[in-house]
Design a protein around this ligand. Structure first.
Ligand code: GLU
Length: 436
């Protein structure tokens, strides 16, 4: 009987109202969504308490010998939020804005994300406070290797498997893989995903998050009875996620009318030449100077354009209680992690905006990371077509799982995605019990 598997508890800790204490705190934003889904699921108090806490939080000081002969000390984090369903999985970001609260939220989001698409992984995230643009390649390599050494006790194909995130790439993953392999004294490709193809990376991994965003958009438009051909799209962020999503959506027949990056954005009603924008960024490392036949828009203005689909694919907290009321898009597909704050959710709901939440919309990346991990472990590699076919299958199935739950419980897609994820994680906790 299910009740026999319930966790022992002696006190009930449950919020009696939704609290939005600090809109900008990503961990609180995550928790307020978690709380709402947990209440709807009637999660037992013991499990509720367990799932509100990260399993492990690591902070490391990272001394790096700089090119000028001086030593700098950087701070890095790795948080393993939950490993009940399998090895912890999640990226590492290098950014000046990294802090423990953000890493905790991102690690929790990875837990729910892996569960929504039903991968046999838990969730983790890592980050180092630094500005990679100000570091030489040598400094970046020494920083990466020393950070890897600092967190090496959690790493391993069966325990914690990093991947790229903001400002990290295949080269950084190769250094992590090499550092870990040196310590183990044999080559361990499956310790990290998002590697170069020659080192055990998977075909299709680089494009996977953007491809997942395209598939989510296609499914959302289909559900809403909107045609994909000619649908207008604005994409915020032109990195690995935004640029690929813009390119693939164009190939599906959409008209991408606006794109942006740190340098600002371009709006062209007739449609942006996305391949030309990608070429420009390859050469100049930014959209700056790309005319695209359009007018300049700021990143904030881009969010409020009159388009069918808005894809925020940059950073957290861009759609807030201050601008959500002015959003004109009919559909939002969250390419980034946490682009919408919790108070903004309610405003978008009221306006009838259909939001495909981050933990579903951007799960394509970790899904192909899973494929990479499987391929590495089997030392048997798939063709790109097989990767894309299996990715499509998982994304379409997951979108529909979440949609069904949202229709059944009359909740938005975000709450439904959290409900699906939390119930999957809760089930394994009930089955495993509390180890004493
Ligand atoms: N950093 C990506 C994300 O946020 C990918 C994580 C992974 O592949 O492990 O989903």
């Amino acid at each position: 009987m299910a009740s026999d598997l319930r966790l022992p508890t002696n006190s009930i800790v449950r919020p009696d109202k939704e609290t939005f204490l600090n809109e900008e705190n990503p961990f609180e934003a995550m928790m307020s969504r978690f709380d709402r889904a947990a209440q709807l699921l009637d999660l037992e108090p013991g499990l509720y308490k367990v799932l509100r806490h990260p399993e492990k939080q690591i902070t490391v000081s990272i001394p790096v010998l700089m090119d000028n002969g001086e030593v700098e000390v950087f701070t890095g984090y790795r948080v393993l939020y939950n490993t009940s369903r399998g090895p912890a999985k999640g990226g590492i970001r290098f950014d000046m804005h990294v802090d423990m609260e953000e890493v905790k939220a991102l690690a929790a989001w990875m837990t729910w994300k892996c569960a929504v698409v039903n991968l046999p992984f838990g969730g983790a995230k890592g980050g180092v406070i630094c500005d990679p643009l100000k570091l030489s390649v040598g400094e970046l390599e020494r920083l990466t290797r020393r950070y890897t050494t600092g967190i090496i006790n959690t790493l391993g194909p069966d325990s914690d498997v990093p991947a790229p995130d903001v400002n990290t790439n295949e080269r950084v993953m190769a250094w992590i893989m090499d550092t870990y392999s040196m310590a183990m004294r044999h080559t361990v490709t499956a310790v990290v995903t998002g590697k170069p193809i020659e080192l055990g990376g998977s075909l299709g991994r680089r494009e996977a998050t953007g491809r997942g965003v395209m598939i989510s958009t296609r499914e959302a438009l289909k559900h809403l009875g909107m045609r994909i051909e000619g649908a207008t799209v604005a994409v915020q962020g032109f990195g690995n996620v935004g640029s690929v999503a813009a390119d693939l959506l164009t190939k599906e027949g959409c008209r991408v009318v606006a794109v942006s990056d740190k340098s600002g954005g371009i709006y062209n009603k007739a449609g942006i030449d996305v391949p030309a924008a990608i070429e420009h960024v390859k050469k100049h490392r930014s959209l700056e100077g790309f005319a695209g036949g359009g007018e300049h828009v700021s990143n904030d203005e881009l969010l409020l354009l009159d388009v069918d689909v808005l894809v925020p694919a940059a950073l957290e907290n861009v759609i807030t209680r201050h601008n959500a009321g002015k959003v004109r898009a009919k559909v939002i597909v969250e390419g980034a992690n946490g682009p919408t704050t919790a108070p903004a959710d309610a405003i978008l709901d009221e306006k009838g905006v259909f939001v495909v939440p981050d933990i579903l919309a951007n799960a394509g990346g970790v899904t192909v990371s899973y494929f990479e991990w499987v391929q590495d472990r089997q030392a048997y590699f798939w063709t790109e077509d097989v990767v894309n076919e299996r990715l499509t299958e998982i994304m379409v199935r997951s979108f529909n799982d979440v949609l069904q739950l949202s229709l059944q419980h009359k909740v938005n897609m975000r709450t439904a995605a959290y409900m699906l994820a939390i119930s999957r994680v809760a089930t394994v906790h009930r089955l495993r019990g509390i180890y004493a």
